[in-house]
Design a protein around this ligand. Structure first.
Ligand SMILES: *Cc1c(COP(=O)(O)O)cnc(C)c1O
Length: 401
């Protein structure tokens, strides 16, 4: 009775239907592998949208969590703990940003970054109160709160959910001229993903990010990078912005910051920006709690100790080279950076979803990103043997069959 169908029915009967999940009921995860209730084993090529870069149930992060569970889990920020300062210090040393502000979900961190940028706009830049603008790009994905969906270009994400938050002019992603036109004296910030993951692994033209950074410097505007998905090693660099030698003023991270154990996100910036936040400006009951901080410290250490950034670069190149050599048959384009790779299928095939179903039967879990793109984003601990197996299955499904 307690088989897959039982649990799928429970979800369908009692839950809100806000996801179109694949019908696989997972009960265990270990490294790059996950297991369903019938005992089938799958390679996880989604990694919870890059939240488990370190692999499922990483033993070191798990131990850090257990150790902290034995001590104290939540104090609220009304009191100090012996973990939060260490978390700040680790973030500063690893990323080079002087300060950080911890939150829980990615969307909350994006909201936080917007608040920080607006305050900077008023206090530092002298923008008239309530006039600050944050320029965003079409095709963006920054989360699901009301303010964040106020500036999505995805119809379904906002259609039934207005009224919206004003102050977010939208420009074409990858078009530097469009940004120049959108800038005015009230522009506080420009917020971008250095590579758009949810939009289908969209890589902007070469030089774009650098040009945006220069525009920001020339016009006294903050550059905010949303690296919730692309950051922490995923693209073969600590931050995807590094590929273009860009250092944003505000960096937003989440997802892999906790290796999948706990929601932890953060906004990173230097003192002239994050130093503007004073007691009472912003807060979160759970943000910065000692359990999350302990987990995040361990998750960051794993990225360094296991050379996950280098491995993402090496494995990513290896996989991209192979995929780009494949006969084109069903494939329109292969693109990506590190282990964030998109295979865009020819549109006449009718969407990537059916391939998610087929690959599931062959032991690979993927989720289509935008309609026609298969996203290959396994945990960054992927080894060559597993990559070879994965590639042989992809070849079989995309070329041979
Ligand atoms: C996942 C994601 C978010 C939102 O994170 P949540 O934790 O789901 O709120 C924001 N930006 C990007 C780029 C993401 O990939």
């Amino acid at each position: 009775m307690e088989n897959s169908a039982y649990f799928i029915n429970l979800e369908d009967q009692y839950g809100a239907h806000n996801y179109h999940a694949l019908d696989v009921v997972l009960v265990k995860g270990d490294g790059v592998w996950v297991y369903d209730i019938e005992g089938n084993k799958y390679l996880d090529c989604l990694s919870a949208y890059s939240a488990v870069n370190q692999g499922h149930n990483h033993p070191k992060i798990k131990q850090a969590m257990i150790d902290q569970l034995d001590r104290i889990t939540l104090t609220s920020r009304a009191f100090r703990t012996d973990k939060l300062g260490l978390f700040y210090k680790k973030l500063a040393e690893m990323t080079g940003y002087e300060r950080s502000l911890p939150m829980n979900s990615g969307a909350e961190a994006v909201e936080t970054a917007i608040k920080v940028a607006r305050k900077w706009g008023y206090v530092s830049k002298g923008i008239p109160r309530h006039k600050a603008e944050v320029i965003v790009a079409d095709g963006n994905f920054h989360g699901r709160t009301i303010t964040v969906i106020s500036f999505t270009s995805t119809h379904q994400y906002k259609h039934d959910f207005g009224p919206f938050t004003p102050g977010f002019p939208m420009v074409e992603y990858g078009n530097i001229e469009a940004i120049k036109e959108a800038i005015n004296e009230n522009t506080a910030a420009i917020m971008l993903e250095p590579l758009q993951g949810e939009s289908g692994i969209i890589i902007p033209p070469k030089g774009y990010l650098k040009a945006v950074e220069e525009l920001c410097h020339e016009n006294n505007i903050l550059l905010i990078a949303d690296e919730i998905q692309t950051g922490l090693g995923r693209t073969g660099a600590l931050f995807a912005c590094e590929h273009d030698n860009v250092r944003p003023d505000i960096m937003v991270i989440g997802k892999a910051l906790s290796g999948g154990f706990y929601p932890v996100s953060a906004v990173l910036a230097d003192d002239p920006v994050l130093g503007l936040i004073v007691p009472g400006d912003h807060g979160s009951t759970f943000g910065g709690n000692p359990l999350g901080a302990a987990v995040a410290i361990a998750a960051l250490e794993v990225i360094e100790e296991e050379n996950l950034i280098q491995n993402a670069r090496d494995m990513g190149e290896y996989i991209m080279d192979y995929l780009q050599e494949l006969p084109q048959k069903n494939i329109l384009e292969v693109r990506g950076k590190g282990l964030l790779i998109g295979i865009e299928l020819k549109h006449e095939l009718g969407g990537a979803r059916q391939y998610a179903e087929i690959l599931k039967e062959k032991g690979i879990l993927i989720k289509e990103t935008s309609e026609h793109v298969i996203r290959i984003a396994p945990p960054l601990i992927l080894d060559k043997e597993t990559a070879d197996w994965m590639l042989s299955v992809l070849r079989e499904v995309l070329v041979t069959e």
